[in-house]
Design a protein around this ligand. Structure first.
Ligand SMILES: Nc1ncnc2c1ncn2[C@@H]1O[C@H](COP(=O)(O)OP(=O)(O)OP(=O)(O)O)[C@@H](O)[C@H]1O
Ligand SMILES: [Mg+2]
Length: 366
């Protein structure tokens, strides 16, 4: 087993495309690290450089103690699972699993042992004689994962392995990949653009934007303490709401104000007082906004009047789209909320859970 060290790695494609920009990530031995970010942010490029399928323009990548920049892919002791499973259509499942090991000239008995071991872990023992076209999408995905695990590599690389599956199967396979990690106890690096997958699978998440690492931390740490506005808006669903406005003081207490409304920031971070009068961005998650009509203590002076725009029932809860000042925002209310489109309702922000970002740089203000 081994960790992976990505040290100040940059990738520039021909045509001067900067795909990865000075990225540093230390993946610990046996860790499940998720690389997450929007389409085109450089996730696959980073993974392909670890696999050796793409040259590194600057910086170094080490697997275990060995710098692998110049090591051929087949000598890196990694196995990669791709989005399009790329199974051999004319081979049975057994042969698909065995093929890579035959190329490596393992003994036939060892190949057979490993194929049956992997098939048992993945629950595909009954499918070994079938060809890929006779399998469902989820079964093909299991075979693709099986092809990686028979190799017993030091590091597994996954590039959006579940994105071809329907929603229900994706949730099921996600749980299976988590179990697989627990069972194999190996280092896994997993690429996705789906923040739910990232939150549920990762020991840690690296959030990437524009080829640059924005933040690396445990899922809940990122959720609770995003480093900047991008991360705050990317992790969480529905996403965090942002209000652009300024800090002001009113009767000695600090407020956030925007054309059309103001919120008193009772007991909020003393360091913000120093920014009174300055532009700032307030971020608040949908679950930290409540309907003041249902509260025993509406909190005088903390209510914001908002117009209900759209009500989206989700079953267990309801997403209520609201408008106040110049900003549209979303709140998560109980599914029995009486909020109806076009009415004006008082809402309360839980300012102790609010986030503040520099208006220019987007950096979180501690
Ligand atoms: N072979 C290439 N030549 C030139 N540019 C490339 C090449 N491969 C990728 N790029 C560019 O590099 C950037 C990063 O691409 P990459 O495939 O790593 O993104 P990604 O985060 O995996 O996106 P997605 O979620 O859509 O798969 C993109 O702007 C892409 O257009
Ligand atoms: Mg990709």
């Amino acid at each position: 087993m081994a960790g992976v060290l990505i040290d100040r790695v940059t990738k520039i494609y021909p045509g001067n495309v900067l795909a990865v920009d000075d990225a540093s990530i230390e993946v610990e031995d046996k860790e499940f690290l998720v690389l997450v970010g929007p389409s085109g942010c450089g996730k696959s490029t980073l993974l392909r450089m670890i696999a050796g399928l793409e040259e590194i323009s600057r910086g170094t990548i080490s697997i275990g103690d060995r710098v692998v920049n110049d090591v051929a892919p087949k000598d890196r002791d990694i196995a990669m699972v791709f989005q399009n499973y790329a199974l051999y259509p004319h081979m049975t499942v057994y042969k698909n699993l065995a093929y890579g090991l035959q190329l490596r000239r393992l003994a036939r008995s060892e190949i057979d042992r490993r194929v049956r071991w992997a098939a048992q872990i993945l629950g595909i023992e009954d499918l070994l004689d079938r060809k890929p076209k006779a399998l469902s999408g989820g079964q093909r995905q299991r075979v693709a994962v099986g092809r990686a695990i028979v190799r017993q590599p030091q590091v597994f690389l996954f590039d959006e392995p579940l994105s071809n599956l329907d929603a229900k199967l994706r949730v099921q396979m996600r749980a299976e990949i988590a179990k697989l990690h627990a069972r194999l106890e190996s280092t896994m690096i997993y690429v996705t653009h789906d923040q739910v997958e990232a939150m549920t699978l990762g020991n840690r998440i690296a959030v990437i934007q524009g080829g640059a690492v924005q933040q690396i931390d445990a899922p809940l740490a990122i959720y609770d303490r995003p480093a900047n506005r991008f991360v705050a808006g990317f992790i969480g669903s529905p996403p965090m709401n942002f209000f652009e406005g300024r800090l002001a003081s009113e009767n000695g207490s600090l407020c956030f104000e925007q054309e059309g409304f103001r919120v008193r920031l009772d007991g909020k971070i003393p360091s913000l007082s120093a920014r009174s009068g300055q532009d700032i961005v307030l971020g608040i998650r949908p679950e930290h906004i409540s309907d003041a009509r249902g509260r025993p203590d509406p909190g005088a002076g903390r209510e914001v009047r908002a117009r209900v725009d759209v009500v989206e029932p989700m079953g267990a809860e309801v997403y209520v789209h609201l408008v106040a000042g110049g900003t549209t925002f979303v709140a998560r209310f109980d599914s029995h909320s009486p909020a109806r489109p076009e009415e004006e309702i008082p809402v309360v922000f839980d300012v102790t859970r609010a986030h503040f970002f520099d208006a220019k740089t987007g950096a979180a203000l501690a």
